[in-house]
Design a protein around this ligand. Structure first.
Ligand SMILES: [Zn+2]
Length: 344
């Protein structure tokens, strides 16, 4: 308690300092800006003389007096950071009860490797990813560039799923396709050089790009199955590869994810069997909408009652353990290694 109070006191002090300093710090560039109002904006703004590091001079903590237009990077930075605080306020309003669920320990069910692309986020796959998705992002959704993080998720956190998600329109895959890496800096090049693509069969540019995206996901799954083969064979880990398609390049609908590989299997009928098996609520259903978390009335018909998830709606086939067993047996039938004994 004492340390909590100490932290609170320290935070309050920081806030007070920040509030007090805001004006003082802001007034300095403001005064300079006013002083140099007749000079061109470029002479007022801090100079960036290096490719990455600039001059090494200290930058202002509150540099927004330098803003010259709504498109000015400083104006964009101010807007973004303002939205961060507003969005975080809304997030914090979830309340202590929600955070208490995972305050001391994380228990994610999936290690997810996806691309850093700003159009690809957990919102596409999970409305409430907290404590459920151990997320790793890098350019081209690669395992080799993040081996430590991937091992941490799979072997230390014991997530039963390793989920690799590529996406259509991936710039990293495009760069690998075109092979013009020399224009890129060494650190970027070194992250792309593991990205190996097979010879593409599609002639249309977009179709070839989508083909390359799928091929990369399958390569990553193959790498994972090789690396974590023991876990996969013991049924402790399921490696799934999918493509998130916000461009509808795969023709399944914009925004859809398509599963393209499971444990090294990529045949369409096997993907279909897998999707059938996972399409009804499983015994470990954990997802909840944000509205539910806030305690707001659910808009869903047949929402989960106190006894657990409700059954499927009319017309849907009810899930049974046999379906999953059958689908998994089907998936494993092509694997040469012995099937693990079922656990009870
Ligand atoms: Zn990408």
């Amino acid at each position: 308690m004492a340390s909590s109070l100490g932290r609170l006191g320290f935070s309050a002090l920081l806030l007070a300092l920040a509030a007090g300093c805001n004006q003082a710090i802001a007034s300095e560039p403001a005064a300079k800006a006013k002083e140099q109002a007749d000079k061109p904006a470029a002479s007022v703004a801090p100079q960036d003389s290096g490719a990455h590091g600039g001059t090494g001079e200290a930058k202002y903590a509150v540099p927004f007096a330098w803003e010259s237009s709504p498109d000015d990077p400083l104006a964009v930075a101010r807007s973004f950071m303002g939205e961060v605080l507003r969005d975080n306020k809304s997030h914090a309003a979830l309340g202590v009860k929600v955070f208490a669920e995972y305050r001391d320990v994380q228990k994610p069910r999936a290690t997810v490797v996806t691309c850093s692309d700003s159009r690809v986020h957990t919102s596409a796959i999970d409305e409430t990813p907290e404590n459920d998705v151990f997320m790793i992002k890098n350019i081209g959704n690669q395992l080799e560039n993040a081996q430590g993080s991937v091992e941490y998720g799979v072997e230390h956190l014991n997530t039963p799923v390793l989920f690799v998600i590529g996406h259509t329109g991936c710039g990293a895959v495009k760069a690998a396709m075109e092979g013009e890496l020399s224009k890129l800096s060494k650190p970027v090049r070194s992250e792309l050089e593991h990205l190996k693509l097979p010879e593409l069969t599609e002639k249309d540019e977009n179709a070839a790009w989508a083909e390359a995206v799928v091929a990369n996901v399958r390569n990553q799954v193959a790498h994972a199955v090789e690396h974590f083969g023991g876990r996969v064979q013991q049924g402790k880990l399921t490696v799934v590869g999918a493509v998130y398609d916000f461009r509808n390049d795969l023709g399944q609908g914009a925004g859809k994810i398509t599963i393209v590989d499971v444990n090294g299997n990529d045949e369409p009928e096997r993907m279909k069997a897998f999707v059938t098996a996972i399409s009804s609520p499983g015994p470990n259903q954990r997802s909840a909408t944000r509205a539910k978390r806030r305690g707001e009335p659910s808009m869903e018909a047949g929402a989960a009652g106190p006894s657990g998830p409700s059954g499927p709606s009319a017309g849907e086939k009810a899930w049974s353990p046999n379906d999953l067993a059958k689908a998994l047996a089907d998936l494993e039938a092509r694997q040469t290694k012995p099937k693990p004994k079922p656990k009870h």
